[in-house]
Design a protein around this ligand. Structure first.
Ligand code: OXD
Length: 288
């Protein structure tokens, strides 16, 4: 940040830090905001702001999230990989290879694996387009009505059931808000196409983990690739660790890239200093 903003005084936050104009944060303590009365903006060094919105933030100070900043590509890699790995049954081939079993399985076609992307922000759109480029049929679900070229969109509570019925691979890329918490649950999993697969790269709070495990055990879904969990790090005793069909990764689907994040935040600070409003400002009512 110092290199990107010559002339600015940049400090690691500490309790005795003087009042600052801008805060760049990731999961900060409440104390930081209580001790910083003069902030002009808060920059979140990530895409999801759920942890921040759980705090008491100063009134009227814009909260700005990262927009892409190198995360969309990583997210697309992760989701496309998980979808292909499921489609082409690599888990089964890896198990067969351990037994030295040469056993080709019947081919599966992408057309039979329509992907439903929950959430269509910057990351959701890039992921959806990447899946389309790979040849998957893709549709999306958004909170409010949207017209998106070349992609079927289901909207709102009214569109959710039809969205799920059309989905065999469910990708969650929603912000975590009171409305979206627990959205992947027994009822919604039950509406998916048979042998559905779930990819969660958003927040653990979107998925009712016990419902997911039950759906898997009861054969209602085929499996899941999970990058995020209700409790992180995932406790070593958690049943998700050794559930056949579930792939666990440690919240790595899209890391904040330092150079990209610094460049974006510095650009927005400079814009604000010129009196221009930054993009990516969170609407606290909406929750993203
Ligand atoms: C983010 C994250 O929100 O890394 O950026 O989870």
């Amino acid at each position: 940040m110092s290199a990107a903003l010559p002339g600015a005084s940049v400090e690691i936050w500490n309790r005795a830090a003087p009042p600052s104009d801008y805060a760049v944060v990731w999961r900060p303590p409440q104390e930081l905001f209580d001790a910083q009365p003069r902030l002009k903006a808060i920059f979140n060094a990530g895409a999801g702001v759920d942890a921040l919105l759980a705090l008491r933030l100063p009134d009227g100070v814009p909260l700005v999230r990262l927009e892409d900043a190198g995360m969309a590509d990583q997210m697309a890699d992760y989701v496309v990989h998980a979808a292909l790995r499921h489609l082409r049954e690599f888990d089964a081939y890896e198990a067969q290879a351990r037994e030295r079993a040469w056993k080709p399985r019947p081919p599966r076609r992408k057309v039979d694996f329509p992907v439903g992307v929950l959430g269509f922000g910057v990351l959701g759109e890039h992921v959806a387009r990447s899946l389309q480029t790979m040849g998957f049929p893709v549709h999306a679900w958004t909170r409010t009505e949207k017209y998106i070229i070349g992609l079927r969109v289901f909207a709102g509570e009214a569109g959710l059931a039809d969205f799920l019925r059309a989905t065999r691979i469910l990708v969650c890329l929603l912000p975590l808000t009171p409305e979206t918490r627990g959205i992947v649950n027994r009822r919604t999993l039950g509406l998916l196409r048979p042998e559905a697969y779930v990819i969660n790269v958003a927040r653990g709070g979107h998925v009712v983990e016990s419902d997911l495990v039950d759906a898997l055990k009861e054969g209602r879904i085929a499996g899941a690739a999970l990058d995020v969990f209700a409790e992180e790090p995932l406790p070593s005793s958690h049943p998700l660790w050794n559930q056949p069909g579930i792939t666990v990764t440690p919240h790595i689907s899209a890391a904040t890239l330092r150079d990209e994040a610094v460049e974006q935040i510095a650009r927005k600070i400079l814009a604000m200093e010129r009196g221009e409003p930054p993009t990516g400002v969170v609407d606290p009512q909406r929750g993203y």
